[in-house]
Design a protein around this ligand. Structure first.
Ligand SMILES: [Zn+2]
Length: 200
């Protein structure tokens, strides 16, 4: 009975969702992609799940310094399902959702950063973040793009998914291994969020 009750409370929390006032958001929900048994893109010992978590923590520090409230969906190396990520983040009001990833492809020459969105509010956020990201990292601009990713499609918040370069590209992989580059990604995303807020 107790478990059943807890289940309904969780479902109710998810359904009630959040009305979004994009102009007035104070909270950034940060989703470090993958985790636990899900390494994400990997090359040798370089795992996307580790890069994403470190970048997410750096993003959190930058945002806090700028006066935002932050929520980290994972703070350690454990697995969360996509529905769990959506359900946890949709509980917040006056918030935006930012998922941090690194890219993987079989074509090793492909490089660059890109930001995905699903909703029109997400598009506005993605465009701000992508241009700041490119400015900070000086890497190839693969643009803000529409995508039907689960966490974007099911978010009630303005939502984006950032891909901070390709683990399959040798020179980007070397960059990613340095804290300085991951800091540049984090700072670019934080500055883009600030520009999005000021765009109203
Ligand atoms: Zn990923």
């Amino acid at each position: 009975m107790k478990t059943v009750l807890r289940f309904f409370v969780l479902i109710a929390a998810c359904i009630s969702g959040a009305t979004v006032d994009a102009r007035n958001f104070q909270t950034v929900v940060i989703d470090a992609g993958h985790g636990g048994q899900d390494n994400g893109g990997a090359w040798g010992q370089v795992y996307e799940k580790h890069l994403a978590l470190d970048t997410a923590a750096r993003l959190e520090s930058n945002l806090k310094r700028m006066g935002y409230k932050t929520v980290m969906l994972r703070r350690d190396d454990y697995f969360l399902t996509l529905p769990q990520r959506v359900c946890m983040s949709n509980r917040y009001k006056n918030a935006i959702f930012v998922s941090i990833h690194y890219n993987y492809t079989w074509k090793q020459q492909i490089s660059g950063v890109e930001t995905f969105y699903y909703s029109s509010e997400g598009q506005r956020l993605a465009q701000c973040v992508q241009s700041s990201l490119v400015g900070r990292t000086r890497t190839m601009d693969r643009n803000a793009k529409f995508a039907r990713y689960y966490v974007l499609r099911n978010s009630t918040l303005p939502a984006i998914l950032v891909e901070g370069g390709f683990v399959t590209n040798a020179s980007e992989r070397n960059l990613m291994k340095s804290g300085g580059f991951r800091e540049a990604i984090a700072r670019g995303v934080a500055e883009g969020i600030q520009r999005y807020r000021h765009s109203y």
